[in-house]
Design a protein around this ligand. Structure first.
Ligand code: SAH
Ligand code: SF4
Ligand code: F3S
Length: 478
């Protein structure tokens, strides 16, 4: 469904998992083959994880490893993992079994687990299950070269210490599998929100914001290298706050957005994810003021029912969320809003589920990532509320949400037929090398036949001729 939509979470099966595993390779700016040792890295989960893999690649490149896309010729096989739902972890386990098969033909190769599963399971995959040689949590990537050495010597290569400070601010990510046009910039790490269903605060630790100057410098550098779009990443970007140690001034998310927007009018700025409780009018007005800040907000509602929202510890209720949506459309009538929703959370009744459906209608989401509730060990919900909705009910409710969202997305897109949009070309469409794909400001994927000398990184005006629930189809206009 969201086939041509490569920068958001949930591409392949948005209703099912976050991004599926993708092997990461050197892209437009890949490193030359140095003839030394090789690493292979596969990433699962959210954009933050994909962004972290680029930091890991940079750290490894500094210590003499080159990336390879062939797992069978790698000396270090890494898997950057996600714990958000049970299925995400199952997928990783299957991959680890496969990597262990590969290793049989490549004695000496090391297998390392990174990211959220490493943090959640700590030594378990290493000692009890003997599936890996290295376990490295999200705040310990600087230690990776040392840990590789430790494991090579036959010792336990593990570091899962979470940090209150680490933001990897000084590390220039090695852009992997890059289209040379769009890039992620991580602006903060961790999460302090404690939504009751969510494992992230346990796997990623406390929230901390990255030095604003290093973010602006990274955006400037990307622009100078030809990139035309940056997505500022964090679990909750609206609570970004950085105190300048020299002036004592506080940089808010609105300030940061403006700073990055001012890097260049031709550099588009996106951000993800916004927590409804934290997005301020100041942010909305900043978005409205700058043409190059994209008119698109990912504003996960999770549930449309106030009682469930309370159990989820989301700290807003249905009315409060609806007011936020009204405010967005008031300040930016053309803004697209998308969402995440969880079907079948603990004790959810049919009426409460209906509230989620009516929220999809009310908010007119352009698209959503939809999931059924998956209990995660150690979370508040796992400790306090029984996971009491039968699987078939969860799946049926999820299906109802998906069907309604697909209908609303289609209506949203059909509305665009006849309109013209400024589209940033990202590359060839998946279907054909005779067509380009790119996105408009609302983050909608637009497909159109190639004409003229346009190339990836160029902006073109495209008139929309047709639409599906996932894509707009159009033609370049002069
Ligand atoms: N920080 C983001 C979400 C990160 S996780 C936010 O607050 O919006 C991405 C999505 O996964 C969540 O929005 C939620 O919809 C879903 N999710 C998280 N934990 C889940 C669980 N235990 N079961 C099912 N879906 C879950
Ligand atoms: Fe999880 Fe909530 Fe934090 Fe998002 S805001 S990462 S859902 S705890
Ligand atoms: Fe998954 Fe960790 Fe991201 S649990 S969604 S990879 S923060």
């Amino acid at each position: 469904m969201y086939d041509d939509n490569p920068t958001l979470v949930g591409i392949d099966k948005p209703h099912d998992e976050n991004r599926q595993g993708e092997a990461f390779f050197p892209g437009a700016e890949g490193l030359p083959h140095t003839g030394g040792k090789h690493f292979y890295i596969e990433s699962y989960g959210c954009q933050m994880n994909f962004s972290d893999s680029e930091i890991v690649a940079s750290i490894l490149a500094e210590s003499g490893f080159s990336p390879t896309r062939n797992v069978e010729e790698s000396d270090l096989i890494l898997i950057n993992t996600c714990s958000i739902r049970e299925k995400a972890e199952e997928t990783v386990r299957k991959r680890l079994q496969y990597f262990n098969q590969v290793k049989k033909h490549r004695p000496g190769a090391l297998i390392g687990v990174l990211g959220c599963m490493a943090e959640r399971l700590k030594g378990k995959l290493l000692e009890q299950e003997k599936l890996v040689d290295l376990v490295v949590g999200p705040d310990a990537y600087r230690d990776l070269p040392t840990l590789v050495g430790t494991a090579e010597d036959g010792n336990r290569g593990i570091n899962v210490i979470l940090s209150r400070e680490e933001t990897y601010a000084d590390i220039a990510p090695l852009r992997l599998d890059s289209n040379g046009v769009t890039a992620f910039i991580s602006i903060m790490r961790g999460c302090d929100n404690m939504c009751s269903f969510c494992v992230v605060p346990f796997t990623r630790g406390r929230e901390r914001s990255r030095d604003a100057f290093s973010i602006a410098a990274e955006a400037t550098d990307l622009f100078e290298r030809g990139f035309r779009e940056v997505t500022l990443l964090g679990q909750n970007v609206d609570s970004y706050r950085w105190d300048n140690p020299e002036t004592g001034q506080t940089v808010t998310f609105a300030n940061l957005l403006e700073t990055v927007a001012l890097v260049h009018p031709e550099l588009r700025v996106r951000f993800s994810t916004s927590h409804p409780k934290d997005i301020t009018d100041e942010v909305l007005y900043t978005m409205a003021r700058y043409d190059n800040i994209c008119k698109y907000i990912h504003l996960p509602v999770q549930s449309g029912n106030s009682r469930i929202l309370e159990l989820m510890n989301r700290t807003y209720d249905r009315d409060w969320y609806m007011d936020k949506v009204r405010r967005i459309y008031e300040i930016m009538p053309d803004c697209a809003i998308s969402s995440d929703m969880i079907a079948g959370f603990c004790s959810e009744t049919e009426e409460e589920h209906q509230d989620t459906l009516s929220m999809v209608e009310f908010a007119r989401y352009s698209m959503s990532y939809m999931f059924f509730y998956s209990e995660r060990p150690g979370t508040l919900a796992a400790r306090k509320y029984p996971d009491d909705i039968p699987m078939e009910v969860k799946k049926r409710r999820l299906q109802e949400i998906i069907e309604l969202q697909t209908k609303i997305s289609y209506q949203h897109n059909i509305n665009d037929v006849g309109k013209e949009f400024k589209v940033l070309i990202e590359g060839d469409s998946r279907r054909s090398d005779q067509e380009f794909k790119g996105r408009n400001t609302q983050n909608k994927m637009v497909i159109f036949p190639k004409t003229g000398d346009y190339k990836p990184g160029d902006y073109v005006r495209v008139r929309i001729l047709e639409a599906t629930s996932a894509t707009l189809l159009g033609q370049v206009v002069a």
